[in-house]
Design a binder for this molecule. Structure first.
Ligand SMILES: *Cc1c(COP(=O)(O)O)cnc(C)c1O
Length: 409
């Protein structure tokens, strides 16, 4: 189901025309469809209904508080990677027994907080980390539930900057290190090993890496002979960023997981981010200038790489669509760029685009995940507003950062 669509009267987010929103909110701003968000979560839940997983939404993909609250209302937990994300998940009302904490570099402060909050699992990624968790737990007279993150040495066939499951990456523990550390953990008094976790990367559209991941997990579990209470399969499910691109077949993945679970009584955890929120958000931007130079037509937008980092960081291609439909066309070398003083502040090249002029608006699509959450203040640009649409209503769910705040230090 698509709740964000280009209709005859232009781009609509549910029942509201994006153009109307530009009269209410200053561009650039992110805008989310609540129906799309809910639909994605409930669909994910439904595809995996035979497994009844704990779904821990990956907060780093989008950490807006209103959005987290909406996900909590329909049963979501949270996967967090910092104390900030942990506090936000708790503030959103997510129960601590539905929160998992991942990351290779958790600080003492972060571990302390996670232990005190009695979260579901701290997923550990090194021996030193386990020793520290054990030590802090002892001091607090607690027995802390942990998971061990396994690096299955599998390529996700995805962009190398979002691949995490290769043996040369910093994430997780390789097979034999995992076996050795599990033995050591079992002798420690203040941690209990309840989970085994993997996460092999992001935007994986091919089923094979997941298939390999599950069979490698099977081998490890057989070797370890541990009855894990939780098996955390991470996130990484890929979406299609345009009509031409394929997305992960979730149904197939669920069938593989069902097969994998036949001889186990563990609870499955998933940590999806992109597949829940990716297509639920757009970024609305105004055309400041159109400049012709060196055989190119530069469309200079008021949104920059600091607002949407993915094109500069990962060469990601986000489609750009006009808010108003017209049949007149521009042709040539069209390049959409931002105002930031970096040559990598460019978004997309097109040979054809509808005829637009200075002062018109465009929208980036599929920017709900890793859009706002990756934004920065580079060039002393305030982080932008976020708006949520539900049916025919819209509301501001994060204010544009104030300039006064930004120029203080
Ligand atoms: C980023 C991340 C996720 C979410 O990945 P998506 O591709 O957005 O589903 C899940 N788990 C861990 C450990 C992560 O680092």
């Amino acid at each position: 189901m698509n709740f964000i669509q280009l209709r005859s009267n232009g781009l609509c987010i549910e029942n509201i025309s994006a153009f109307r929103l530009t009269k209410k909110y200053r561009t650039p701003f992110y805008c989310y469809s609540l129906a799309q968000l809910r639909n994605n979560f409930l669909r994910f839940n439904n595809v995996f209904k035979n497994i009844k997983p704990i779904i821990c939404f990956s907060v780093k993909s989008n950490s807006n508080l209103t959005l987290l609250r909406e996900l909590r209302k329909i049963g979501s937990g949270a996967d967090v990677v910092s104390i900030g994300e942990l506090l936000k998940a708790i503030k959103a009302g997510i129960h601590s027994k539905k929160i998992v904490f991942s990351g290779v570099g958790k600080t003492e402060e972060e571990i302390n907080k996670a232990i005190k909050k009695r979260i579901l699992l701290i997923n550990v990624e090194s021996e030193s980390e386990v020793i520290l968790i054990n030590k802090i737990s002892k001091k607090l007279s607690k027995k802390t539930s942990i998971g061990i993150r396994f690096n299955p040495n599998i390529s996700g066939n995805t962009h190398k900057k979002i691949s995490t499951g290769n043996k040369g990456e910093k994430f997780g523990l390789l097979y034999s290190d995992c076996v050795n550390l599990c033995k050591k953990i079992q002798k420690m008094k203040n941690v209990k090993l309840e989970g085994l976790s993997v996460h092999i990367g992001s935007q994986i559209t091919d089923i094979k890496p997941f298939k390999n991941m599950l069979s490698t997990l099977d081998k490890l579990i057989e070797r370890l002979k541990i009855n894990f209470k939780f098996i955390d399969l991470g996130g990484g499910m890929g979406i299609s960023y345009s009509n031409k691109e394929k997305k992960l077949n979730l149904k197939k993945y669920s069938q593989l997981v069902e097969k994998f679970m036949k001889n186990k009584d563990a609870k499955i955890i998933f940590e999806p981010g992109r597949v829940i929120v990716g297509d639920a958000g757009v970024l609305i931007s105004k055309i400041l200038y159109i400049k012709e130079s060196a055989n190119k037509k530069f469309i200079i937008l008021d949104a920059g790489m600091n607002d949407l980092m993915r094109p500069a960081l990962y060469n990601a291609k986000h489609q750009i669509i006009p808010l108003k439909k017209t049949n007149k066309k521009f042709t040539g070398n069209i390049e959409f760029v931002g105002p930031v003083c970096e040559s990598s502040d460019k978004f997309l090249n097109q040979k054809v685009f509808v005829k637009i002029k200075e002062g018109d608006y465009v929208s980036f699509t599929h920017v709900g995940a890793y859009g706002m959450s990756l934004s920065s203040n580079y060039n002393i640009r305030p982080t932008i507003a976020e708006v949520m649409v539900t049916g025919s209503n819209h509301k501001l769910i994060r204010k544009r950062q104030s300039l006064e705040n930004l120029v203080k230090n």
